[in-house]
Every structure is written in C-alpha cells, then in structure tokens.
Design a protein around this ligand. Structure first.
Ligand SMILES: *Cc1c(COP(=O)(O)O)cnc(C)c1O
Length: 379
C-alpha cells in the first residue's frame, strides 16, 4: 500500500504559467503585479482596508509587534495551545507572553479566563482560530475594549472562515495569514498582514520596506525615499506571489476538495468516535470553518501513541499538534510554569491529526477511515 503523507503540495493549474509571467514582466522582486493581485483579491473578498503580503505569518506578526510599539516589560496574552510564533513575534520585541488556557470544545482561547490575566502592562490579546473555527470574538473584543488593549488575530488556519457571518481576520486591529505549505493556500513559505485599523497602514508599509518610505516613492508621493523608521525586509518575491495568486484564484476548487475531505472524515468516524470515547472537532453553529484540518482527541496519551503507531505501521501518517508553550524551555523562561493551563496540557497529549491535503482521493480517504476504525480504544 502506498504511503499517505500528512501533507503534500499540489497545483491548481496556473501556478507555473504565472511564475513564468513574472520573468516576462521583468519583475521578480516584491510588490509587482501578482503581489497586487493577491492583495486586491484578499482586500475585496474579506473587506479589509489593507492587506500586505509578507514572507510568512511569523513575519506578519513581527510587523504587528512593531506596529503596536511593543516595548520590554509589556505583556501580551497568548493561548498556550498554539504555534511558537504567536508568542515569539512579540517576545522578540521584549514582551513577556502571558499564557492563557483553551476551551475544551473548540480548543480556542478560553475567553472566560482572559480578564484575570490582564494587568496594567497588557498591550495585546492574541487569538488563534484553531482549525479555522472562530474564537468567541464578541467576548474577546468586549474585554479588550474595556481594558483598552489591542486584539491581534493569528489567523494562520482560518482564511475564509467566519464567526457570526463575519470573516475571521477582520475583528482585530491587525491579523495575520500563513501561506506555508501545510495551509489551505500556499506558496511554500508566505503570509500576509491584514490591517483593519487604517491608522496603521502607512507605518506598516514603512516597516515592511526596511524602515523606508519606498512605497510612497513608488506611488510618486515623494521624490526620493529614505530611512524613516524601524523596519525589516518582509516582502515576498513576485515569483512566490505568482504561485500564490494561482492558488487564491482557485479558492473555490481548493475549498470544495477540502470540504469533501473534512466531511468524509466527520461523517464516517462519528459512530466509531462515540463507541471509543474519542472527541471529534466541534463547530458552533454560528461558525463556518474553512476545512483546514481534522483532529481526533483520543481518551489518553497511551491510546494516542498506540493509534499513531497503528497508522504508521500501515503506511499512513498522522501528527500531533502543539506542545504546551508555557512548559517549553522559552515558556518556562517567561515564568510559564506558574500558568494554569490544564486543558492545554491534557489536549496536547491526546490529539492526533489525520492526513489532510488537496490531493487526497476517495481511495485514500477510504483507507484512512478503515484503518482508524480498526483501532479500538481500551483494548
Ligand atoms: C502555520 C502557523 C503559523 C506560522 O506560519 P508561518 O507562515 O510558517 O510563519 C503561525 N501560527 C499558527 C497558528 C500556525 O498554524
């Protein structure tokens, strides 16, 4: 039986043609026609005032940290159950991450535990829409507003997902996207900064262009460009933007493949999950998720390990997700041991993700599901 990988890159049709066009256009550095096409597509579809492509989601969050003027001693609240980047981008500017626990149902930041973590030093609340299911944004935004702290959305999973009808990535003053190869839409490595608060637009362009006002220069608004602020080099090459553009333009095709995968797993594993005490993803009825991933919460760490070994023996990949950040070496350095995140610790040990990518075919799905069903918990 051929190996079924957890993730695998795939083409939708126009990627190479667009990449060749960049050479014909004689523009392969950043901010050419394909970068503009990607930004415009995202701005129009999501209704965001400004979308800037970046070299990664990590870099978009570093830009957010610079835009919020994060200083040493500031605190940012982050879920412990997330990718390193959500905290590191702010720690890099001297912030102390304060770790919040997650909800048992959606695995998103527990909005009920947020307020007690806010201090006079809190500058921002970072939310991660796990699996692209929206965090409880009504409550999060209300708390942030009352305490005058910014909301930043790490929306690496949630492009085109919605919370109460509104697109994820449009709630925070700033939000990030990822186009890493494991995400729904990709160019290998890439990301974007979504700017919902227009006050940040001009400075964001400067930070992204090595601290210069080059963007204004290219628009003819100033007659030379110079160093005006802090910044770095956060523009992806046009070659990558061309690849990404083809993927974003084929979003309906990609999303319908992914919907099929997600629903196949969900429909066919319902009974097995119930019989075996396995928790499947939970999606509140006011959330539309973009079919980013599919996970199982096995009853115990031992069963999770045995389950993953069973798939591996049969040539099917599965992976766990996120070790608790507060217990990592860097997390402990920031006092994470004192954080109270029992749900994160528990979930992290029991979660397994099934293969999920755009080239999975019916046969693959049947094989994965029948293997999963062979596994009996407590036996
Ligand atoms: C993938 C991911 C990132 C990192 O994205 P890059 O584009 O690789 O920097 C950040 N946060 C979350 C939640 C992710 O899943």
């Amino acid at each position: 039986m051929p190996y079924i990988p957890f993730n695998q890159p795939s083409l939708t049709g126009n990627e190479f043609e667009y990449m060749q066009e960049t050479i014909a256009n004689r523009h392969i550095s950043g901010d050419g026609p394909f970068t503009k096409r990607c930004s415009a597509l995202l701005e129009e579809t999501l209704g965001v005032p400004s979308v800037l492509l970046t070299t990664s989601c990590t870099h978009a969050l570093e830009m957010a940290s610079l835009l919020l003027d994060i200083q040493p001693g500031d605190e940012v609240i982050v879920p412990s159950f997330t990718f390193v980047t959500t905290a590191n981008a702010f720690a890099l500017r001297g912030a102390t991450p304060v770790f919040a626990d997650i909800r048992r149902d959606t695995l998103n930041i527990d909005e009920g535990k947020l307020e007690q973590l806010i201090t006079t030093r809190t500058k921002a609340i970072l939310v991660v829409h796990y699996m692209g299911v929206g965090c409880e944004m009504d409550a999060v935004c209300d708390i942030a507003q009352r305490h005058d702290v910014a909301v930043v959305e790490d929306n690496a999973h949630g492009l085109f997902g919605r919370y109460k009808g509104r697109y994820l990535g449009t709630f925070g003053s700033l939000a990030s996207l990822s186009f890493h190869e494991t995400k729904n839409f990709t160019c290998g490595e890439g990301g974007a900064l979504l700017i919902n608060d227009p006050r940040y637009i001009e400075r964001a362009e400067i930070i992204r262009e090595k601290g210069t006002n080059r963007s204004r220069f290219f628009r003819g608004e100033v007659d030379k460009y110079t160093w005006v602020d802090l910044g770095s080099s956060y523009l992806p090459s046009e070659i990558l933007a061309a690849f990404l553009c083809a993927q974003l333009e084929a979003r309906d095709q990609i999303q319908s493949i992914r919907q099929r995968v997600w629903e196949y797993y969900c429909d066919n594993l319902q009974d097995w999950a119930q019989e075996n005490g396995v928790q499947l993803p939970s999606v509140p009825d006011y959330c539309e998720h973009p079919y980013h991933l599919f996970y199982l919460l096995l009853p115990s760490l031992e069963e999770r390990q045995a389950f993953m070994a069973h798939l591996k023996t049969n040539n099917v990949a599965s992976v766990f997700h996120y070790l608790p950040l507060h217990l990592s070496r860097m997390g402990r350095h920031f006092g994470g041991e004192a954080a109270h995140c029992p749900v994160t610790e528990d979930v992290s040990e029991r979660l397994a993700r099934l293969p999920f990518h755009n080239s999975l075919v019916e046969e693959d799905l049947e094989r994965v599901v029948s293997l999963v069903k062979q596994f009996q918990c407590g036996s």
